[in-house]
Write a protein that binds this ligand. Structure first.
Ligand code: G6P
Length: 553
């Protein structure tokens, strides 16, 4: 589907040949060019990225830029901002960027102005947040609604939950925010134990308003509310829907007056900027939410206008593709040195793996190159005491994103300096490694006899040469967080352009969902289990037996 497949094939071949020479060792790259940081780093919208510790030289980078051009990078980017239906399998536009644009620019889909609708919903959200905060919208007994429970899953949970945690220091005094996502009843039960129905606002967040987990949790919340003092009339004050599906919201019993809409051109995993972000706005106030949007807008402007060579999201995406498709690295670790970003890896798992976990290209062919990487991570320094062993000495090379803020949101003693020292030390260690000889000398220096030093040296050596990207902001403000998230969104999009896949559908989640419905009927009823493979059928029968024996069924 790229306009010039032969140019793409030419660039791809060139990069394959460069990869066949083996990735240039990082130490050699710095030896040959000590000033390489200046050439292999970029800053945009307050986010600085140093990718000098990745195995790219100018020749490789130029070839990657060539590939991006051959893949119509600019045209594809412009098609997104222009509201074209670039989500081709769902025939939808992809315009989450419009949600954060406060300028007077008009975004359109098929000639229809969508900006007016965005402003109308935002005005209602702002008014609602203000009414809840100043008590004009209060609980059925007259108490303030100082507690919010967001019920959603996937994009209707991960984005808001991650931001909510990240911006906790910006919380308006006295407000509490909870997130319920899992259909496991333990999730909602633990939240219900901590809240007072008179002071709680439930946000039922679901783009489709049909998702089994969310609808089940919403029903449970409503039943709990009604059995804990609330009544049908009070539901209007305490239940709000965030959705694209007005008919389903009405069927559920929520008045459309209490619904904040968004549109099919907002993908679930790109929806925290829409009405799905209401829990964030209620937590940090409307102006804080606008700051988040404006940070993202700064990155959007950079992404939309900056030529390829200076374009931060595009440049990082090219390195991702080099790592994945040409060097064969199958995973990427996201390592925020910031406890407030504890949910960022989970959020990025959906953003990245749901977008790039595709094996069919845009023209319907099976791709013959690796696409989306496995994304995982944990905040540093915690991860250091868990899985970094594999990053340093395992058999796979796993490129890592290290993320930090120079100034802590909360500065306690010298905690932040210690955090930053680790943020800096780990990429250095991953790159430098330690030779067998150096490990032997160190063992001798610590008093080991030569025989033991010889034996241990190989175990205590590190291969090094492991690539990392360091991302740095001054402080994790709402603006900085917005810019960082938009950077990741666009980085994912550009990878999809190079791989010629659709980053905006997720058909792969459907098959299991359908089967779960069939199995649910079999688990709940007396019907015999017939239509499954022998392993699944046996597990179903076994579970039914155990539940009977356990006195549940
Ligand atoms: O917002 P909803 O319609 O409830 O969808 C929630 C989530 O479920 C789906 O299975 C998709 O995989 C996700 O992309 C989506 O974010």
């Amino acid at each position: 589907m790229v306009t010039d497949p032969s140019a793409r094939a030419f660039s791809w071949k060139k990069l394959t040949a460069l990869a066949a020479e083996g990735p240039p060792p990082l130490s050699d790259l710095f030896d040959h060019n000590p000033g390489r940081v200046a050439h292999f780093s970029l800053e945009a919208a307050g986010v600085y990225a140093d990718y000098s510790k990745t195995p790219v030289n100018q020749t490789i980078l130029d070839a990657l830029y060539g590939l991006a051009r051959a893949c119509d990078f600019e045209a594809r980017r412009d098609a997104m901002f222009g509201g074209q239906r670039i989500n081709e399998t769902e025939e939808r536009a992809v315009l989450h960027v419009a949600l954060r644009d406060t300028s007077d620019r008009i975004y359109t889909v098929d000639g229809q102005n969508v900006t007016t609708d965005i402003h109308a919903v935002k005005d209602r959200m702002k008014a609602f947040v203000e009414k809840v905060h100043d008590g004009r919208h209060d609980g059925y007994g007259g108490a303030p609604l100082d507690t919010v429970v967001n019920i959603g899953i996937g994009g209707s949970d991960l984005g808001p939950a991650m931001v909510s945690r990240a911006l906790d220091p910006y919380t308006v005094d006295g407000r509490r925010t909870f997130y319920v996502s899992n259909v496991d009843g333990a999730d909602i039960a633990s939240v219900l134990r901590q809240i007072d129905p008179e002071r709680t606002l439930f946000l039922i967040a679901s783009k489709t308003f049909t998702t089994q987990e969310t609808m089940t949790n919403a029903e449970t919340a409503r039943n709990w509310f009604l059995s804990s003092g609330g009544n049908e009339a009070a539901i209007a004050k305490h239940f709000v829907a965030l959705s694209t599906n007005e008919a389903a919201v009405t069927d559920f019993g929520i008045d459309p007056e209490n619904m904040f809409a968004f549109w099919d051109w907002v993908g679930g995993r790109y929806s925290l900027w829409s009405a799905i972000g209401l829990s964030i706005a209620l937590q940090i106030g409307w102006s804080g939410f606008e700051d988040l949007l404006s940070g993202a807008r700064g990155m959007d402007r950079h992404f939309e206008t900056m030529p390829l060579e200076g374009n931060l999201p595009a440049s990082l995406a090219l390195i991702d593709v080099w790592h994945r498709s040409f060097l064969g690295y199958s995973a990427r670790a996201v390592l925020p040195y910031d406890q407030s970003l504890a949910r960022l890896p989970a959020y990025l798992q959906q953003a990245d793996m749901e977008s790039l976990g595709k094996r069919i290209d845009r023209s319907g062919q099976v791709v013959d190159y690796p696409t989306g990487a496995i994304v995982f991570g944990e905040p540093g320094t915690n991860g250091q005491h868990a899985f970094y062993q594999l990053l340093h000495q395992g058999t796979d090379v796993i490129p890592c994103d290290f993320i930090a803020a120079a100034c802590g949101q909360v500065e306690v003693g010298d905690h932040h300096e210690k955090l930053l020292a680790n943020f800096l030390a780990q990429p250095e260690a991953l790159m430098a490694g330690r030779s067998v000889e150096a490990a032997r000398s160190e063992a001798l220096a610590t008093g080991k006899n030569p025989e033991t030093a010889d034996r241990l040296a190989i175990h205590r050596s590190f291969p090094g040469d492991r690539p990392t990207i360091s991302l740095l902001v001054e402080r994790l403000t709402p603006e900085a967080l917005g810019a960082l998230l938009a950077l990741y969104e666009h980085r994912i999009f550009v990878q999809s352009i190079l791989w010629d896949i659709n980053a905006f559908d997720q058909w792969g989640v459907e098959l299991g969902k359908g089967l779960a419905k069939t199995i649910l009927a079999e688990l709940e009823g007396e019907v015999d289990v017939a239509s499954h493979d022998p392993s699944t059928a046996d597990l179903i029968r076994r579970i039914k037996r155990l539940r009977r024996e356990g006195g549940v069924a």
